[in-house]
Design a protein around this ligand. Structure first.
Ligand SMILES: Cc1cc2nc3c(=O)[nH]c(=O)nc-3n(C[C@H](O)[C@H](O)[C@H](O)COP(=O)(O)OP(=O)(O)OC[C@H]3O[C@@H](n4cnc5c(N)ncnc54)[C@H](O)[C@@H]3O)c2cc1C
Length: 409
């Protein structure tokens, strides 16, 4: 019996175990997944919790998301011993593997910015929405906010879902308008980037949307510390706030560093087409945990797992892996008032205007706001729980297509 060990039962780990359980005979392969939590979070749902969405819709018991025939080991990973093909848990247990898949994602680390996690401020006037607890706490703070300066802030990149802080700013604008108090709220978007987004065409479109909503952009802002009611940058600029909604530094799990498997952000260096470790021939890293030069997103986890699953079967038969992941990502961007836009891109092609997935027809519009895009974003939650996580086939090609895109408009 050969052993496949998957570390982390989040988005990528769950998709891959469910997909491979269908394809690897139970008589030949044991599949075990190690997870520290007993709850699986649908993280895109965190965006809506501060604005009143029911938190329960973003959570399910971890066991219920895994197919029969997959062993779930509750526990925390202490380190990987790659030379021994073993994983050590913090309770002292050792798990052996023939093939290892690292899928422990990234987590927000407010402790990495001086003053951010200070108990006098944290979850009092400094909040995050990248954790379930943070999103729930922020809902209370937004309800109580009577007006003032609300700063939406990105500490550094890469972060998971790099459009989520922009979406938060758009939704905050709509939220305060609906409450009839927009004139009492000054909205600021502070980012380490030179513009609203990483890629030029999308940065132009999203920057114009900030302007239309009178959300002030503070570009090139690299925070050094958080003080009482102030963000202070390395070049001594200051941004005052009454309420700070920050995306802290995102880092891979600590055990990755302890195992000598990570870079300075604890991300695992992998081949960008096969997700195989650049050092170990039987270790892969999927989802946010790797260092791929594309967005950290559930969509990337999904498209890359499609390629990975076929490749993995070739790999364990001793054959060369023929699938090549192209960095395909797509993200719905909620823009408030029941509208949204969609971006679709890969390693080589930046987000462009057009229609998706059917060229000319859509129904989704790329880089343009529409109600259909908003409904797409909401419907995605159903797709996540019922199609993507169980590893069922969906009729969207893993590779990005140029059909329907307009390079110049
Ligand atoms: C607010 C927000 C909005 C988002 N919106 C979108 C969106 O609209 N579209 C989109 O495509 N993506 C979106 N994302 C990103 C998406 O949720 C992530 O990219 C995706 O969940 C990554 O999957 P993953 O499996 O790599 O990591 P995760 O889903 O984070 O899973 C990692 C798992 O590893 C476990 N783990 C970590 N360390 C250990 C350890 N030491 N021991 C045991 N277990 C461990 C964790 O408990 C967790 O269950 C959003 C994310 C956030 C936070």
């Amino acid at each position: 019996m050969r052993r496949l060990l998957v570390l982390g039962a989040g988005t990528a780990g769950t998709m891959v175990t469910n997909k491979l359980r269908r394809r690897l005979a139970p008589t030949d392969w044991d599949i075990t997944v190690v997870e520290q939590r007993d709850r699986h979070f649908y993280q895109p749902g965190f965006l809506f919790i501060p604005f009143g969405a029911a938190p329960g819709k973003a959570v399910r018991p971890t066991r219920s998301t895994l197919r029969p025939g997959i062993t779930l080991r509750r526990g925390q990973i202490d380190r990987v011993l790659p030379a021994d093909n073993q994983v050590l848990l913090t309770n002292g247990e050792r798990l052996r593997y023939d093939q290892l898949v690292i899928a422990t994602g990234v987590e927000p680390r407010p402790d990495q910015t001086p003053g951010m996690r200070d108990p006098r401020r944290w979850r009092k006037n400094v909040f995050d929405f990248y954790t379930y607890e943070g999103a729930v706490a922020l809902a209370g703070a937004l309800r109580a906010f009577a007006g003032g300066r609300l700063v939406v802030h990105v500490t550094d990149l890469p972060i998971k879902c790099p459009v989520a802080p922009l979406e938060f700013a758009f939704l905050a604008d709509a939220h305060f308008r609906q409450r009839g108090m927009r004139d009492r709220v000054e909205l600021v978007y502070a980012t380490p980037l030179a513009g609203a987004f990483t890629k030029p065409v999308a940065a132009r479109h999203l920057g114009a949307m900030l302007d239309e909503r009178k959300i002030a952009l503070e570009p090139d802002f690299l925070v050094e510390r958080v003080d009482d009611h102030r963000l202070i940058s390395y070049d001594d600029r200051e941004i005052p706030f009454d309420l700070l909604v920050t995306v802290p530094l995102n880092m891979g799990a600590e055990y990755v560093a302890r195992s000598g498997l990570g870079d300075e952000l604890n991300l695992v260096p992998v081949d960008r087409h096969t997700l195989l470790s650049r050092t170990w021939p039987n270790i892969f890293a999927i989802g946010d945990a790797n260092d791929l030069p594309t967005s950290k997103a559930g969509s990337v986890a999904h498209f890359s797992v499609e390629v990975f699953a076929d490749n993995f079967l070739q790999h364990v038969r001793g054959e060369p892996m023929t699938g090549r992941f192209d960095g395909h990502a797509n993200c719905f961007v909620e823009s408030g008032d029941g509208r949204g836009l969609l971006i679709d891109f890969n390693y080589d092609t930046e987000p462009l205007p057009g229609r998706y997935p059917v060229p000319g027809l859509g129904p989704f519009r790329l880089l343009r706001e529409s109600p259909v895009n908003h409904w797409g974003k909401l419907a995605f939650r159903w797709m996540y729980w019922n199609l993507l996580l169980p590893g069922r086939p969906i009729p969207l090609p893993a590779r990005m297509s140029m059909a329907g895109k307009h390079p110049e408009e």
